[in-house]
Design a protein around this ligand. Structure first.
Ligand SMILES: *Cc1c(COP(=O)(O)O)cnc(C)c1O
Length: 401
């Protein structure tokens, strides 16, 4: 407490963030997560910005499964997995996830951030090359930094550039090469071209890794993920993902792949070895979620229907969206102050969504991002679309205005 300059320095940096409009305030919700939430001031808002794709966060069945696991296995383990922190529910979840993803084995983490943080360093060293999409998630970037492998970066979803980087790694005489990509990029809802990535990997003898955080549970005909969507199940070497989005929404992450990869991670991956076991109620609820979505594609189908409906209607009203099929729908407003005003107006109209401006997205690409959920009713979506139309008219941003 004797270094005053340290604290005044932090205050100045925080002030700069506020002045630059980059400070992130936290919205406080006084209810469960859901397609509607109650804000702290008692207003009910339609929620269009959660990663609650299947509507399972705040869902009654999910809560009951968590409560049952809480009752059976207790609250926590006070241990890492290998000392005395592995229960039958953790092994069952790992088995069920492997079955769901079409892999041999799976290892659980406290978060996908940890899964990505702990996947590279045990498997690759300075003789190897990691070839990473430029827009990959922060946790992949951090994980790569913790590893001594040479780093190659290719422009987002750009297969020509990926091939160039593969050639560069080959020319540099790298032993193992791994191509790493988000299955889906959450800012744009872009889906990685895994069929082409797998073809390039085969051509150059490279491994492949995908982060399925915005895909597991709903992408592909039966919701297995981007590898199912792109027809490459069984052809991806390593899959990481989260239990904190579509698959129940509490927290937790995983890495899935060949037995020898997962076994190596259990022995060497630092966020696994030196951090507490995933709470058993989360493991139990995640198991119930996997059973539910394996038994029926109803939730995933409703999500995709909602997505198709919203994408069609928002364009009809006169907004510009990034084309695609993913439940992340970027509604482009281009100009940062307009996007800011628009998000604020939507909030007044009872719709919760998030605005993104430079430097989170490129200059001139300001937007509000809508995320659809299976929990949204048609009435809720129509209310949201009416609010979009009203705010769009007021701000003069509709194409056909
Ligand atoms: C959300 C997200 C993560 C982090 O997931 P957590 O389980 O919340 O740590 C990792 N990767 C991607 C691509 C994500 O979208």
């Amino acid at each position: 407490m004797s270094d005053g300059a340290f604290y005044s320095g932090l205050q100045a940096k925080l002030e700069t963030l506020r002045n630059d409009g980059l400070f992130k305030p936290e919205r406080v919700i006084a209810s469960r997560q859901g397609s509607e939430v109650v804000s702290q001031d008692g207003r009910t808002l339609i929620n269009m910005c959660a990663n609650n794709y299947l509507g399972l966060s705040g869902d009654e069945q999910t809560s009951r499964a968590a409560a049952a696991a809480l009752e059976k296995y207790g609250y926590g383990l006070s241990s890492v997995r290998f000392i005395c922190g592995t229960q039958t529910v953790h092994k069952e979840l790992e088995r069920k996830l492997s079955e769901f993803l079409g892999t041999e084995d799976t290892i659980l983490y406290a978060a996908a951030f940890d899964a990505n943080g702990g996947v590279f360093e045990p498997l690759f060293d300075e003789n190897d090359a990691i070839i990473s999409d430029a827009l990959n998630h922060a946790s992949i970037i951090d994980g790569v930094r913790l590893c001594k492998a040479a780093r190659y970066r290719y422009a987002n979803n750009d297969m020509a550039d990926l091939e160039k980087q593969l050639v560069a790694a080959l020319d540099a005489g790298k032993r193992h090469k791994i191509i790493v990509t988000d299955g889906v990029f959450s800012m744009d809802g872009t889906i990685a071209q895994l069929d082409r990535i797998v073809a390039l990997a085969e051509k150059y003898g490279a491994l492949t890794m995908i982060d399925e955080s915005h895909a597991s549970g709903f992408m592909g005909k039966t919701g297995r993920g981007t590898h199912e969507h792109c027809g490459v199940i069984g052809k991806i070497d390593i899959i990481t993902g989260t239990l904190g989005k579509a698959l129940g929404g509490a927290m937790g992450g995983f890495t899935s792949g060949r037995k020898e990869v997962i076994e190596t991670l259990r022995q060497k991956s630092r966020p696994y070895l030196f951090s507490n076991t995933l709470a058993p109620m989360i493991a139990g609820a995640s198991l119930a979620v996997l059973d539910r979505i394996s038994a029926s594609t109803e939730l995933r189908d409703r999500l995709m229907e909602n997505t198709a409906y919203f994408r069609q209607e928002i364009e009809r009203i006169g907004f510009t969206i990034k084309p695609g099929t993913h439940p992340v729908v970027p509604v482009m407003l281009f100009d940062a102050p307009v996007a800011q005003k628009f998000a604020a107006r939507m909030f007044e109209l009872g719709v919760l969504l998030s605005g993104f401006f430079y430097p989170v997205v490129p200059m001139g690409q300001a937007r509000v991002r809508v995320q659809l959920s299976a929990a949204h009713t048609r009435e809720q979506l129509d209310t949201v679309l009416e609010a979009f139309e009203q705010a769009g008219k007021e701000l003069g941003i509709l194409k056909n205005q």
